[in-house]
Write a protein that binds this ligand. Structure first.
Ligand code: ADP
Ligand code: MG
Length: 633
């Protein structure tokens, strides 16, 4: 198989696959000719004539492919080796062996192309989980329409027990929804007004009215499926290496068998005997099983991951996941829930509510989870933030805004200190930090107005995930922009090996580089937007909870649809399995070559025997690769 990965995905029945179909017809013809010939029903000439029909028929596709590749790309592929062996057998008056070769090689080739196509297409079954019709609310009533006719802005109603046709935002109703088709997580998620919902997810007890945010063709599920399909076409490093090796190896096999042809003229011996060895060598030494060592395993592994809501963006990333020695986690939003809540408001002058109003006014336009927590608390206390006149986010440090003509900063104490004001409340800051809280200072008119402390709950699954990583002999590191004292408090609770705190976003890149130097391959796990540069720099960047966040999906090497750290373990395990399966296949196929080549050279094998062993081994390699599709993750 050299080019089947570039072909259209085959979606018909197995016997309709052109390569397989031709091989099987040729096989039938060959068997018939052989039986009738040996039983004396037809003459030897007739028998040979039937083989002469079977050979070009059975080999039509792969022979053409081999010749085209040879002419256009000047490359000697496996097909050329097999074609040369076929021609050689015919010249040596072994038409029966030639026909057998064509039958078996074509069958193995066809089966493998079919399997590979099916493996890649299997992710599409996910699309069938989204209903084909939707109950759209138009003109005061509801009406069933084809889901493809939904446009952005339409509102559709989903009754209890029904699945969602496409993505949207809940505009009315309350229910729990099983998001497994998209996230791989079957624990129902509570949905109410304003929340995002996804195509193919299953609505439980309530009725939901949903405003469409993406069309049927363009929803999260469809994007996931396309992404997985594209990823499966990306070759892994091992595969690229094997292909490169094959480009040198296959011509050498051809050359070696040509050398065997001239041996008798120098060393004596039977011309026909050496020619037969040359033909056997072509088959025995062809690297069929070797080239099939990885592609099926990788495609099956990526497909399996996709169905669990783990989007691995290509074979190279899958293999890298299997090599990870250290995992670096962002703290806020990754190890913690990312929904910090204000725990303390400590005014140094004025009232607590005045302090909160000022802070909330500045943070109103910030996307940062800390900012949103402050705004939320202000709303809870029913204090009305003002519109800041001017707002700017100071990434990794804080925010600034002009409120009632005063320039107010809210941010990290270290950053506020750098601004020029002497911070005199360090003991208060440290006291709160030791409790694992993040402390922000509010500064106005050149003085500190007060402290706001926030606490972010640790994700419930984090301790279990960190224990599992330790068991896998993987180092666990925390990278955070938060202060060392707060970070240490959280790290201690979780048993994290190493903490890098007070990092600016660009310093996280340097931290990842250093980890790579110390430990080897590093996975960075983050939220995909704040942490995009570090995710890009790591051996593998893993973005969490990306369902509905297209930019984050695009940026990461691996994207977890669910907001669940356990999927990191799934991804690493799957990578390890994929590497293991390819390694098994590679060792197996190299050992086989090491046995078959000497046997061929010593004249101890027939063409038929080497074809048989060879194609069986290729099918075994494919079958071994397919095991990836059923891996528990
Ligand atoms: P993390 O690495 O923990 O996700 P960030 O890099 O996003 O943190 O931010 C680092 C620190 O900068 C925060 O802990 C906080 O002190 C401060 N900070 C960043 N953005 C804001 C903001 N909008 N308002 C207040 N403080 C902020
Ligand atoms: Mg963050």
């Amino acid at each position: 198989m050299s080019h089947s990965e570039d072909k259209e995905l085959f979606e018909g029945k197995w016997y309709a696959h052109p390569v397989l179909r031709n091989a099987l017809i040729a096989g039938g013809l060959t068997g018939l000719a052989y039986a009738l010939g040996h039983l004396g029903f037809i003459s030897p000439v007739m028998e040979t004539a039937l083989y002469a029909v079977a050979v070009p028929l059975g080999g039509y596709h792969w022979m053409r492919e081999g010749i085209e590749e040879f002419i256009k790309e000047k490359e000697v592929g496996i097909e050329i080796l097999m074609l040369a062996a076929t021609i050689g057998s015919v010249i040596l008056r072994m038409a029966d062996e030639a026909a057998f070769l064509v039958f078996l090689y074509g069958t193995a080739e066809g089966l493998e192309e079919y399997t590979y196509a099916r493996t890649r297409a299997s992710i599409r079954k996910l699309l069938d989980l989204a209903p084909k019709e939707a109950r759209v609310l138009r003109d005061g009533g509801d009406k069933l329409i084809p889901a493809t006719e939904l446009v952005v802005g339409d509102v559709f109603r989903v009754k209890p027990g029904e699945s969602l046709a496409t993505d949207g935002v809940v505009v009315a109703g309350r229910s729990s929804v099983n998001e497994a088709p998209v996230t791989g997580e079957s624990v129902p998620v509570e949905k109410s007004e304003g929340m995002k919902v996804f195509a193919a997810t299953i609505n439980h007890e309530g009725s939901l009215d949903i405003r469409v945010t993406a069309t049927y063709e363009n929803n999260t599920l469809a994007k996931m499926v396309h992404l997985v399909e594209a990823a499966q076409a990306q070759k892994s490093k091992t595969q690229l290496f094997i292909e490169k090796f094959g480009r040198r190896y296959s011509p050498s096999v051809l050359l070696a068998s040509l050398v065997l042809l001239v041996v008798p003229f120098f060393l004596g011996g039977s011309v026909k005997g050496w020619a037969t060895r040359a033909v056997v060598l072509l088959v025995a030494a062809a690297p069929c099983a070797l080239v099939m060592s990885t592609p099926v395993a990788v495609a099956a592994g990526i497909g399996r991951a996709g169905r669990a809501g783990v989007l691995v963006k290509g074979g190279a990333h899958l293999e890298s996941l299997g090599k990870i020695r250290a995992v670096a986690f962002d703290k806020t939003g990754t190890l913690t829930l990312g929904k910090p809540a204000v725990s303390d408001v400590v005014p140094l002058q004025g009232s607590a509510s005045d302090l909160l109003i000022l802070a909330a006014s500045v943070e109103k336009f910030s996307e940062h989870p800390l900012a949103q927590a402050i705004v939320r608390r202000a709303a809870e206390m029913q204090v009305d933030p003002q519109e800041p006149l001017e707002f700017s986010a100071l990434v990794g440090a804080g925010a600034r805004g002009t409120v009632n003509g005063r320039t107010i900063y809210v941010g990290k104490p270290e950053f506020i200190q750098e601004l020029d004001v002497a911070v005199t409340c360090w003991s208060q800051v440290e006291g709160l930090r030791k409790e694992g809280k993040t402390v922000l200072l509010v500064r106005g008119d050149g003085e500190i107005l007060g402290l706001i402390a926030l606490r972010d709950e640790i994700r419930p699954e984090a301790p279990e995930v960190i224990a599992a990583l330790h068991q896998m002999k993987v180092k666990v590191v925390m990278l955070t922009g938060d202060s060392a004292i707060t970070a240490d408090a959280v790290a201690r609770e979780l048993g994290i090996d190493e903490v890098r705190a007070d990092l600016k976003p660009e310093e996280k890149i340097a931290a990842v580089e250093e980890l790579e130097k110390n430990y080897g391959a590093v996975a960075m796990v983050g939220d995909g937007i704040n942490d995009a540069p570090a995710l890009a720099r790591a051996t593998v960047g893993i973005a969490m909870g990306v369902a509905g966040a297209d930019a984050a999906i695009e940026a990461a090497d691996t994207a977890l649809m669910a907001d669940d750290l356990r999927k990191v373990i799934s991804a690493l395990n799957l990578g390890r399995r994929a590497r293991q399966v390819s390694r098994q296949n590679i060792v197996f196929s190299l050992l086989l070559l090491a046995v078959l080549i000497p046997l061929a050279l010593l004249g101890m094998m027939t063409v038929a025997a080497s074809v048989f062993v060879h194609e069986t081994s290729e099918i075994l390699a494919v079958a071994n690769g397919l095991r990836m599709a059923g891996t528990e993750i």
